[in-house]
Design a protein around this ligand. Sequence first.
Ligand code: ADP
Ligand code: MG
Length: 709
Amino acid sequence: MNYMEYLFNPRSIAVIGVSANPSKLGSVIYHKLMKNKKAGILKAEVYPVNPKLSQIGDVKVYPRISSIDNEVDLVVIAVPAESVPEVLREAGENNVKVAIIISGGFAEIGRNDLDRELRKIIEETGIRVLGPNTLGIVDPYTGVDTFFLPTYKPLSDGRIAESLPEVVAGNVAVISQSGALSEVIMDCLKVSGIGIRAIACVGNQVDLSIEDFLEYFAEDRLTKVIATYIEGVRNGRRLLNALVKASSKKPVVILKAGKTEVAKRAAYTHTASMVGNIEVYRGAFKQAGVIEVDNMEEMVDVVKVFSMLEPAKGNKLFVLTNAGGLAVITSDLALNYGLTLPDIPSDMKNILEKMRDEGKIPSIVVIQNPIDLTAQGTSEIFEEVYKIVSSTNYYDLYLLMPSHQPPAVDDTVIDRISKIALQNHHKLVVCEHGESEWSKIIRERFDSLGIPAYSDVKRAIRALSALASYKKPENRFFKDPPKEDKIRWLRDLPDGSLRIEHAVRILNEYDIETPKTILVRDRVELLEESKKISFPVVVKIYSGKITHKTDVGGVIVGVKNLGELEESYRMLENRMRELGLEWEGVMVQEMASGIELLVGSSWDNVFGPTITLGIGGVLTEILRDFSVRVAPVEPEEVIEMVNDLKMKKIFEGFRNIPPVNMEKLSEKISAFSKIIFENPSIKQLEINPLMVYGDKIVAVDVRGIISRT
Ligand code: ADP
Ligand code: MG
């Protein structure tokens, strides 16, 4: 048996730390397991262990694991942190397969030494460990449940109210890095009528990790969708590889906490100052094919839709309602969430118009998508229209909103609609607004029939868009960057900011063009060298001391002739004198034109090399329109990055600027993304702007940082 099998489906369980006091952790867990055993769900033998106790009621308590005559597959350890290593070692030496360490007081409070000790025991004995500092797992199929939380709790007025519903068996697997959050997920899913395959809280992950559970649930037959809550990981590439594997089997929905964290790196480039940890996570999740959600409500909504329906093939949505206002809201929302609302195909339209002419559909109804049946729409009309529109399978997704408030609609609409949807395996979602009894009953009945119902149109649309967006990722593997630089001469450069000529040379080695540039240090050179370049030109300060040249008035564009060139030279000379900087010369550069992009790369603590594409030039910081990925990226991923941009339309060309050659651009950016990955001494490298004019792609300005520490 695999160690995960021993965890979720052990033949025997020992609970260490059971005491005479029933409210102690170990006791709560023991009694919960015994309850599941009495109910016939838990098949495993359960042994209470405590050296200071011989009996609880009439049940024998074992002084230690070795005194249990049977083989023990799983131990649940709930004793003070200091005693955990000893207990774990005993378990390991007695051939126990897996331990869940519930106890806290380890690395999470700074006791890294205790975590290290556990790792040592794991290595020496071969036992596998979940935790420490965890609620453990809940598996409603096998009855293994170590969550020690009360199902009911008294209110101060004396009433007893349900505080954490018992889970129902279902197909949603939950992996959580936080105990508290997994309780909340448990509560929310239950209220939404969603069953759970299992919940696993990973705690401090001294051994079993998020990645292990992703792998397990990906292969697990009972799991249809995996909900994951993460706070942070140490090795981002390892997480990504596990996510890719899992989401190539089934949808993985992820909620990442800590989104507000700002970039802490030295902001030498725009990229480094703009791109925070969360943007990197967001891009990485897209690369792994994972569906990211922003909050708990979205998590539950999206998990619910995947729990009940299969992913959709496309994004064509049909909307039918009797509430005109909702139809309008839907149209706006659908577009925001990447869904389309194509018009009803003409043959169906003809049928529906004929029906309207015959009085079978209210005469005021406009036959379009969305259809608003108005308050006159009856349950029969809902059924008829839905049946006709869906008959050719033109649409990928359906959203039906039969608001119950108008008298014309009765509750037969539920069965009428469901019948069609279930027979044809439609991706149908229902939205019923309101908190009246009717509203709740309608939602509950749809849910119980396996048709996800939502109480808000935005939530329904979000769920539909998740259904449309899930695609199995390519067999992608995120390698670790190499230790040595591929560009050999980089090894001779000192740490610190790259000189422009070195940065340009790096780009050229990766086939990224730069405009013709000449360096001029005095007037004689100016007259001599300028013959080699054609006007118009740009004149820029050349100095190792200045990072952002425009900021100090160090860039003069549109210099049309020799006279203007001499004038610009003088101006920049003066400027340097004013700034009190040593004169190193000016760069005279051929003018490029087109769209200005920012292409940057930087090193992230969690994911290593990353790449950013944004709308660039001098507006970068104001626009903040950019997309991030883990480097390197393939050309196809660059296209996806472009699609992330709010201003992506400019790539289609505007005014006198021709459309961008996307194939060439994506190749160049893909090549750029390899620079930082293949040369680990480069910690930041940024082209700003990359000027793109149709086929012409030139890096007009580049800066970077070398650092080996
Ligand atoms: P910095 O970023 O240090 O201020 P740049 O070399 O990027 O300096 O120049 C600032 C701006 O001037 C660029 O964003 C671009 O708009 C314009 N510019 C610079 N060089 C050229 C060039 N060769 N062709 C066209 N425009 C240029
Ligand atoms: Mg620049």
